[in-house]
Each structure stands twice: as structure tokens, then as C-alpha cells.
Write a protein that binds this ligand. Sequence first.
Ligand code: PGA
Length: 254
Amino acid sequence: MRKPFIGGNWKMNTDSKSAVELAKSVVQKCGPMPGKVDICICPPFVYLPAVKNALGSSNISLGAQDVYFESKGAFTGEISCQMLKDIGCKDVIIGHSERRHVLGETDELINKKLLAAIDAGLLPIFCVGELLEQRKAGKTEQIVKEQVQKGLKGITVEKAKAVTIAYEPVWAIGTGINASPQQAQEVHLMIRQLIAAMYNKDFAGQIRIQYGGSVKPDNAAELIAQADVDGFLVGGASLKADDFAAIVKAAAER
Ligand code: PGA
């Protein structure tokens, strides 16, 4: 049985005071639940050390929202995997749809980031998902398949064990319209079958696939009840400790 994994993606929100308060509140409300679920929170880069401090000895891990693939040098504004490790990050989101579609990241760049993160000992949350027009055109499977294949290109099964995949339909992110449990399950199953074909059946049974896109306390239970939904990547609702804790609880009780 795959242990549910819940990530909180704070995106470009909070400030130095509210980030620490939110982290402390998450520890207090979710603290008793790790064991049944893995939890990570991903604040903006600049608040990572303060949030790390606020997490203290809790089981909640620290994640970054992005990373660059080079280890050091003249890359103004970028952050390396080694820097993230250095300040205590365990997880890192790679290929989020906002980075793909707002910042123009390509599958090739995402692949380099995944390789670098795994080699550095980070645990990537690798995001994939189709746009609304792609879904309407019946291209969901094709797009998601392509993103998974290109993103994981050249990554061996041993290395892929570090990866969690997050299926996040772009039309569901921040819109309040979540994929229905059936829509999510359909794509999650397709991804798992693809992983079986790319690697092997055993590994496909182990890899965790999170769902992301307007996950809220009132839809978390029915989504996590799906056979191939192994957790969530939560945006908006991760900014409220009560909502995030309710989502974690739904996963812990499944
Ligand atoms: P949302 O964001 O929960 O606000 O829809 C999810 C995500 O972008 O990871």
C-alpha cells in the first residue's frame, strides 16, 4: 500500500512573519498525523530557512517550489540543488504548470532539473497536466504521456524511485473547479500504466501519484478514495492551516 503524500505549495504568498506563523500552525494541526501520511510544505525560497526553523523536529518536511539544474556559477537569480540541500530541503517541486505556462519552462529543462535534483539527493514532485483546450480537444492522454516521457527521459528506475508525480490539470489549478474523482482516477491509472511500460510493473505499483487542482477539505476524501490517487499537491488551501490539516486528515483516514 502506498503511503499518502500531501504537499503544500504556498506559491508566491506569505511574508516573513506569516510564513513562520503558518508553518507553526501546520505543525500543531498536522503534527500528530505523520506516520500515516508524508507531509511537506513548500514556501517561497526566501522563507525556507525560517520555515525550516519553525518546523523544528516535526515530521513535516521542507520543500522548494523550483530549482536550477546547474550546481553553481554565473546563473543570476537561480538556486541550486546543493543550496536547497544545504538549508535542509528534502523535497522540490519541478515542472509546475505555472513554471511551464507562465515562465515558459520546456520538457527538456524540466528533465535536466529532475536529473540534477535526484543526483543531489532531493525528492522531486514532478508535475504534469493538460490545458483546458487540450482536454476539450481530447488530447489529455497524449499531452500527459508526452510530459511524463520527456520529463523522465534517461532517468533509470533506481533514480526514478526518488520521484513523486503530481497530476495537475491546468484548468483545475486555482479555479475552484477540481477534476472529478473519475477524471483524476482515469489519468492517474493511465500514468501508472505508462510507468509500468517505461520501467516495470513493480515500480509502477510503488510510485506515488498526487492529484493537484482545487483540492479542498470538502473534496479531498472522495479524491483520495480513488485507487490510484496517492495524495495531493495543494495550493490555495495550503495557505490555511485548518484547511490543509483537514485535507491531510482525509488522506490519513482513507
Ligand atoms: P490549487 O493549486 O490547489 O490552488 O488549485 C494547486 C497547485 O498549483 O499545486
